[in-house]
Design a protein around this ligand. Structure first.
Ligand code: ZN
Length: 182
């Protein structure tokens, strides 16, 4: 019988996984365009957003996951489901932050209004969403987000996308499986 006392990593295929990640995200953006538009519909803003995102991905500018989240925020906006995070979406009072996002009215809720039809949100995720909403996609590479905030944003945007478009995107499923995340 043999026993293994030591092992050495010859090739972890990390580079390959990185390439696969880029390709998978590229196909995810295609899929998002497909599910968010009605056939024959043209959307110039969306086309510009798509082309800019592909250039940023190709040139490996900044964090890929943050770029994808920014794309999702902007896709929702240009297809009519944009978030408004400066006013309470129920009473229209001006707010700087909120602990609750209402999915029905696409915005933050002030402390006085009822918290329903949405999710709790951390102050940092709220700020980042607001920033991604207003900042041109070519500037998002300057952001360096903590993993916790990234996961929170992923969950929120995933819910908004599944809820507002007719189909749920599937492109990222294999990647999630390979990376072992949920
Ligand atoms: Zn309110």
């Amino acid at each position: 019988m043999y026993s293994i006392n030591e092992c050495e990593i010859i090739d972890s295929f990390q580079g390959f996984l990185k390439e696969l990640e880029t390709l998978t995200y590229a196909s995810y953006l295609n899929e998002l365009i497909d599910i968010s538009l009605v056939e024959q519909e043209s959307n110039r803003d969306l086309f510009q957003l798509f082309v800019s995102s592909f250039y940023l991905m190709k040139n490996k500018v900044g964090d890929l996951e943050t770029l994808i989240r920014a794309f999702e925020v902007k896709l929702l906006r240009v297809t009519g489901y944009g978030l408004n995070l400066d006013y309470c979406c129920l009473c229209r009072k001006k707010i700087n932050s909120s602990k609750y996002l209402n999915f029905q009215y696409f915005g933050g809720v002030c402390p006085e209004c009822e918290k329903s039809n949405g999710v709790n949100v951390s102050p940092s995720a709220y700020n980042i969403l607001n920033y991604l909403n207003k900042t041109p996609i070519s500037n998002v590479y300057r952001l360096n987000l903590a993993t916790g905030v990234k996961n929170e944003l992923k969950g929120i945007l995933n819910s908004l996308i599944s809820q507002n478009y007719a189909k749920k995107p599937k492109s990222l499923e294999i990647l999630e499986l390979l990376k072992g995340s949920d």
